[in-house]
Every structure is written in structure tokens, then in C-alpha cells.
Ligand binder design. Structure first.
Ligand SMILES: Nc1ncnc2c1ncn2[C@@H]1O[C@H](COP(=O)(O)OP(=O)(O)OP(=O)(O)O)[C@@H](O)[C@H]1O
Ligand SMILES: Cc1ncc(CO)c(N)n1
Length: 506
């Protein structure tokens, strides 16, 4: 049998769009939680391109609606024509309509320009109890229902559209959903937001076979929050967007429901208003890290290493002056070798840096390392007996840093780099403080060396490096952050081993 391209099991022509162009025809909520403001955020959060034709202006906040202004309906027509004359609309979400004239205009528009996906949220009364649709327009709204593909009433709206009383339990709600779907010939999203109890289910209901079953239930946990302002608006516009991307309502709700759950669960961070606050549409962009939180975690890891360093004979003897000259010379020689490798690693960080300021910071660090290396040779090693052979700890430490610089992750590299600044600065500060507290004795054999630790420029560079790592962690993925932590801890251990190396290998 000859096969025509139309009989392909998998249609090759693109029926889905990567970035759906989604129009919201709805009212404005200046407080940003509901209406077109919520729609635009939801559409964007679902990967769409949002547009908005405004039916009505409300004056409202998280506590209630204080005013509604419906502009002349001609101007709604002008907005819709401006969009229609220029832009292809993949999906439309219809929200607050205000009055019968607006409904009539939208009905006319739907007859002319029928986007492939039409979601109707039959907004009548706001969460606060304020009317958003004139009572006289309820019949007109009922007549608009069959023009939608998906209707998303809450329980009071569902009851009102059917002329029944509000469902008090889920089974009654589903039965009502079936009656509405049968009457309108489309799919109804029955929402459990207004139910009592720990669960918050939703269901897709369609009795004419457009779903895998008449009723597809999506169970869900109820989030314990009063920040539910605009959940209905957000759900309907997210569904319109996800339908275009994913192809069917079930797939769309499978993605949208967990997203909405997260937006409710994370709503407290927004701190918007005194009443029923908005949901956090972009919660997935927020990694939950407060400024300084990541570096505080790093410091928790570094603290035991700092204690271990201060317990080393090398450090105690350097402080007291009892340190053997051979061990000091071994340390200086290894430090010079280390600084050369470290400089190259800093240069790599400079090359990977996301901004010119950070590029310059690491480049300056790389230069300073070479200057200090040269200074060590000129002033400290020239007069001492020491080997310039690469020691095992120095090699392992530099190898670790080079591996981090080859990881491809700037964040991981700078986390590996940090302990050499941070631990060294802390050890140096304590050694210098100890020296000053003991009266800065001129006769101390390491007085000149201990004085080098009082370098404010190095302390300042350390603070800057810590800031850079904190910001890098803020934009890193969870897996990358774990790798940062691991690279940091490893470098801390090498810092300790480095101070102990003169005793073990010197
Ligand atoms: N506390 C909650 N926890 C989890 N999901 C919720 C909660 N409240 C509402 N939802 C979900 O939010 C969506 C909207 O449900 P709801 O029945 O509250 O609609 P609505 O009354 O139209 O919303 P709005 O508050 O914007 O008027 C549904 O998917 C519902 O399951
Ligand atoms: C503009 C507008 N549309 C819809 C709702 C329903 O939440 C609201 N509160 N405000």
C-alpha cells in the first residue's frame, strides 16, 4: 500500500513550538500577583513568549480589590488588532473579562482569529471575594465557554457555571466537571484549591475521548501558605504555554502542577504585601543561597584545617623561634616552587573569568605570585642552603590545582584556589598577632619573616577572592557547587600538609 506523507505515525512537520507565542487577554493587577502580570511571568517561566491585551484595570493588592476600570471596548479591539496584524499567536489564555461588552468582543475575536490553543479561566470573583465580572455578564460568559479548548474554573465558578451549589468534596467536584465538559464539549480542569484537607488534587475531565480516560486525576500535597493570590491565573496561562510545547493537556499538567507547587512552597521569600501574597513564579531560577551562605559553609570546612595547622610543630616553632633553619629553608624553597605553579593556575582563572574585573584580579594575583617568588629567591633563599627539588606535597598540591583548572569550571577552579589566600591569610594574621603580643622581639630569629604577614594588600585580596567565590557559587548548579566544596576541602588539606612537609620531607 502506498503511503502518503499524511499517514506518518510520527508527523514530521513541526506541531510544537520551542518558544510558544502566548497571548493573555485579561485584567491588570498592579500588585503583580494575578491577572496579566501573573500570566506574563507564568508564560515566561514555562518557556513561552508572553503578550497581553488588557480587558480591565483593577486597583488591587494582596488584601483585596479597591477599584475596577473597564476601558472602552473599542480599545480592546485595537489592542487585539495590533497583535493580530503582526504576530502569529500559538495560544491564548482568557482571564478577567469584566462585563458583557468585553465578552462579546473576545467572542468576535475568537471567531476571526482562532489560535490553536484557547484556555479560558472563567474569572468571576477574586480570592478576596471581590467581583471581577458583572453579575449581568454571567450568561454571556457561559456562552463563551464552548469556544475554549480548556476551561479552568475553581469550585465556586464551576458551581456557578452549572447553576448548582458549590462542591464540598472532590467526588462532587469531579461529577460537576464532567457535566460542564459534556455541556461545553471541551476539557475542564477541575481544581482542588478550595477543598479542605491535606491534599490538593487537580483533574482533567473530558467525556468525549480527548484524554486517555474521562477523568485524569493529578494528586498533590497542599502547601501550607496563605500566598495563593493569582494561582488560578498562573495555572491557566502556564497550561496554555505548556500545551503548545508538549502537545497535550496531560503532559502539560504533569509539568505545570509541580511547578505551581514549587511556586507556592517558595512564595514566602518574596515578602510582598500583608494579605494573601503572590506565588514565586521563578522559584526554579533561585538556588536558595543567601549571600555569604556558601562561603560560610566553606569556612566550616576550613576551620578544622586551620586548627590542624596551628597544632603543627612547624607553626608553633616558627612562632616561638625554635624552628630549625633547615626546615625553614625547605619551606621557603618549596614555597617558591609552589608560587610559580600557583601563578600559572591564577592566570588560567583570569582566562576563564566572567568579567574584566575578575580577569584583572586574577591576572594581578598571578603577577604578584611571580614577584613574591623572585623576592624569595633574592632575599630569603640566596643566603640559605636549600634544594630546589620539587617536593611531594608541593607536587600534589599544584597537580590538584592544575586538575581544577582543567575541569572547565571557573567556579571549581576558584574554589580550589581560595584556601591558599584564605588559610594563609588567617595563619599569617595569627602568627603576626602572636609576634606583636610577645613584644615584637628584635632578637627573634624569624622576626623579619613574621613581619611579612602584616600585609594589608594581601588581606584585601583575600576578601575579594572570597566574594568572587560566593558569587560563582550563586550561579553554579548544585552539582557544580558540590565539586567546588570538594576542590576547596582538598586544597585546605594540602595547605596543612604544606606546612608539615619540612618535618616529613625536609
Ligand atoms: N495550598 C495549595 N497547595 C498546593 N496547591 C494549591 C494550593 N492552593 C491552590 N493550589 C493549586 O493552585 C491551582 C489553582 O487552584 P484554585 O482552586 O485555588 O484556583 P483559583 O481559586 O482560581 O485561584 P485564585 O486564588 O487565583 O483565584 C490549582 O492547581 C490548585 O491545585
Ligand atoms: C486582574 C485579575 N484577574 C484575575 C484575578 C483572580 O485571581 C485577579 N485577582 N485579578
Amino acid at each position: 500500500m502506498a503511503s502518503s506523507p499524511h499517514s506518518l505515525v510520527y508527523p514530521l512537520e513541526a506541531t510544537r513550538r520551542r518558544v510558544p507565542r502566548v497571548l493573555s487577554i485579561a485584567g491588570s493587577d498592579p500588585s503583580g500577583g494575578a491577572g496579566i502580570q501573573a500570566d506574563l511571568k507564568s508564560i515566561a517561566a514555562q518557556g513561552g513568549y508572553g503578550m497581553a491585551a488588557i480587558t480591565a484595570l483593577t486597583a488591587q493588592n494582596t488584601q483585596g480589590v479597591t477599584g475596577v476600570h473597564v476601558p472602552p471596548v473599542d480599545f480592546l479591539r485595537q489592542q487585539l488588532e495590533a497583535i493580530g496584524n503582526d504576530i502569529e499567536v500559538d495560544a491564548v489564555k482568557i482571564g478577567m473579562l469584566g462585563d458583557a461588552a468585553v465578552i462579546e468582543e473576545v467572542r468576535r475575536w475568537l471567531g476571526e482569529v482562532r489560535p490553536a490553543v484557547v484556555v479560558l479561566d472563567p474569572v468571576m470573583i477574586a480570592t478576596s471575594g471581590d467581583r471581577l465580572l458583572a453579575e449581568s455578564a454571567e450568561a454571556a460568559l457561559r456562552e463563551l465557554l464552548p469556544l475554549a479548548d480548556l476551561i479552568t474554573p475553581n469550585l465556586p465558578e464551576l458551581a456557578m457555571l452549572l447553576g448548582e451549589s458549590e462542591a464540598a468534596d472532590w467526588d462532587t467536584a469531579l461529577a460537576q466537571g464532567k457535566r460542564l465538559a459534556a455541556a461545553c464539549g471541551n476539557t475542564v480542569l477541575v481544581k482542588g484549591g478550595h477543598l479542605e484537607g491535606p491534599g490538593c488534587p487537580d483533574a482533567l475531565v473530558n467525556t468525549v475521548g480527548l484524554l486517555s480516560q474521562d477523568v485524569v486525576v493529578f494528586p498533590g500535597e497542599r502547601v501550607d501558605t496563605r500566598n495563593s493570590h493569582g494561582t488560578g491565573c498562573s495555572l491557566s496561562s502556564a497550561m496554555a504555554t505548556a500545551k503548545v510545547r508538549l502537545g497535550d493537556w496531560e503532559s502539560a499538567l504533569r509539568v505545570v502542577k509541580p511547578w505551581l507547587h514549587g511556586a507556592l512552597a517558595e512564595s514566602a521569600v518574596l515578602e510582598v504585601g500583608k494579605g494573601n501574597g503572590p506565588i514565586h513564579h521563578f522559584h526554579a531560577l533561585d538556588n536558595g543561597l543567601q549571600p555569604r551562605e556558601f562561603v560560610a559553609r566553606l569556612w566550616d570546612e576550613a576551620r578544622p584545617e586551620l586548627d590542624a595547622i596551628h597544632a603543627l610543630d612547624f607553626i608553633k616553632d616558627l612562632q616561638s623561634g625554635a624552628l630549625g633553619e633547615t626546615h625553614f629553608a625547605y619551606y621557603l624553597a618549596q614555597d617558591a616552587i609552589y608560587l610559580n605553579g600557583y601563578s600559572r593556575v591564577l592566570a588560567r582563572a583570569s582566562a576563564l573569568a566572567p568579567s574584566e574585573a575578575e580577569q584583572l584580579f586574577w591576572a594581578r594575583g598571578a603577577q604578584t605570585c611571580l614577584e613574591v617568588e623572585s623576592e624569595l629567591h633574592r632575599n630569603w633563599l640566596a643566603t640559605r642552603e636549600s634544594s630546589n627539588k620539587l617536593g611531594p606535597v608541593t607536587k600534589a598540591y599544584v597537580d590538584h590545582l592544575v586538575a581544577a583548572s582543567a575541569s572547565g569550571s571557573y567556579a571549581v577552579l576558584v574554589a580550589a584556589i581560595l584556601p591558599c589566600y584564605w588559610l594563609y591569610a588567617e595563619v599569617g594574621r595569627q602568627l603576626h598577632d602572636g609576634y606583636v603580643e610577645s613584644g615584637a622581639p628584635e632578637g627573634h630569629p624569624y622576626a623579619d619573616w613574621l613581619r611579612t604577614y602584616a600585609d594589608e594588600a594581601f588581606a584585601e585580596a583575600t576578601r575579594k577572592a572570597i566574594d568572587i567565590i560566593d558569587v560563582a557559587a550563586g550561579v553554579a548548579s548544585p552539582a557544580e557547587r558540590e565539586a567546588m566544596l570538594e576542590a576547596f576541602i582538598r586544597s585546605c588539606r594540602y595547605e596543612t600538609a604544606f606546612f608539615d612537609a619540612p618535618r616529613v620531607h625536609g
